[in-house]
Design a protein around this ligand. Structure first.
Ligand SMILES: [Zn+2]
Length: 146
């Protein structure tokens, strides 16, 4: 798929693991060039309150995108696939990707950041996704309604 990140809960794993490969958007967001990393137990700290609103999509919500406000400047702490600890200040679109993926670890999705009215307006599209009526070019398994 053309995604830039995936979190373990998206594939049914209850683990605090995220993979990011953001090179595909580097043409528009230079901070994303050659960034390919695995985050184990990532922790995001907000470094200043400035938010920027941009369209965001998600592999778990095919054929949908919404304008989402995100913090522009974060400090990220994580352990990599070799269990080496890292800490880095991250800005711009890469900070957005990290926040989006780390939200998945908390059971949140980007639509949890949009207004209730906007959510109401896209309810039909969300229902199509939930009921498996949305087509996409990568394998998706739909969770049955409980
Ligand atoms: Zn997502």
């Amino acid at each position: 798929s053309d995604g830039v990140g995936l979190a373990a809960p998206q594939i049914g794993r209850n683990d605090r693991i995220v993979v990011i490969d953001s090179n595909a958007v580097a043409e528009h967001f230079p901070e994303c060039a050659d960034r390919k990393f695995t985050l184990i137990n990532p922790e995001v700290e907000v470094l200043d309150g400035e938010t920027i609103t941009r369209d965001e999509g998600c592999l778990s919500l095919p054929d949908l995108s919404e304008a989402v406000p995100r913090i522009e400047h974060i400090r990220l702490k994580w352990v990599d696939e070799n269990f080496e600890p890292h800490e880095e200040e991250i800005t711009g679109f890469l900070a957005r990707i990290v926040q989006h993926e780390c939200d998945h670890l908390e059971g949140k999705m980007y639509i949890d950041h949009i207004s209730p009215i906007r959510k109401q307006l896209i309810k039909g599209k969300l229902n199509r996704i939930v009921t498996g009526k949305t087509r996409c070019d990568y394998p998706v398994r739909y969770a049955p309604k409980k």
